[in-house]
Structure formats: C-alpha cells, structure tokens
Design a protein around this ligand. Structure first.
Ligand code: ZN
Length: 145
C-alpha cells in the first residue's frame, strides 16, 4: 500500500512538477548534472529576510530527478537557511545510509519519504540527490557573501 502511494507521488510530481520555472534575478542559483543518468537541473532561490521566500528549478531528467526537485521546492519554501541545510542533510542521509529506515521515521518525511524507495536501486540514488546537492551549492554561495 505504502509503496503504491509513494509511486503515485513520484509520478504526480514528474508529470506536474511544482515550481518548474526560472526565477529572474535570483539570490542564488546552481546547476547539477548526473552523468550516470543524464539528469540536468538548475535550482533557483530567492532569499528574503533570511527565509527562502521562493525556490524553483528547471532542467531535464528522469522521473526521479524531477520528482525529487519538485518535492524539494515544496518542502523548503519559507524555511530559514539553517532549516534548509538541515533538511538537505536529513534527506541525503535517508537516501544513502546503510541502515533501512523504519516506517515511523519514513513518515516523518511526509511526501519526501517516497524518494526512499530508490534505496533498493543504488544506481539511481544520484538521480534523487542531484537537486539537493545543487541547492546546497546555491545556499553555500549565499553564505559566503
Ligand atoms: Zn535520473
């Protein structure tokens, strides 16, 4: 049941990606490329009073990379830089740690838990982490200013 639900979430975000647009004059942007699959993503963020007032993405890639980016923009909107960085770490840990996440910790991720299904397919993990790594680059660029 849960797996079916997670499949639906991925497909929904692939077919109708949220915040799939360019932000003109963003506070920062960063590109990511996953040569294993050919996924390309550019992440844009707009910072206002310490919050991620807007974030969006553009690019092309597989269902997983697109769904991951779409879910990410929803998850991090209106979060602080610190909160966003903590979430990036949590998601990347979820996707790459050896330990199998239990159901309750998966639930704490909400819709993002859908990404955890690719843990069974190690070759695809970079598809899901790609937009998160790009976002981290964009956030780091802001931090340096
Ligand atoms: Zn991919």
């Amino acid at each position: 049941m849960l797996e079916e639900l997670y499949q639906e979430i991925i497909l929904d975000h692939y077919k109708r990606p949220r915040n799939f647009r360019i932000i003109e004059l963003p506070s920062a942007s960063a590109e990511g490329f996953n040569p294993l699959c050919g996924d390309e993503v550019t992440v844009y963020i707009n910072l206002k009073e310490g919050l991620l007032e807007d974030l969006s993405f553009q690019g092309q890639g597989c269902a997983l990379s697109k769904a991951s980016a779409s879910l990410m923009t929803l998850r991090l909107k209106n979060k602080t830089l610190c909160e966003a960085k903590a979430d990036i770490d949590r998601i990347c840990t979820l996707l790459t740690q050896e330990e199998e996440p239990d159901a309750s910790s998966l639930e704490s991720f909400g819709d993002l838990g859908a990404l955890a299904g690719i843990r069974k397919f190690p070759a695809r993990i970079k598809c899901a982490t790609l937009p998160w790594h790009a976002l981290k680059q964009a956030l780091d660029a802001i931090h340096m200013e």
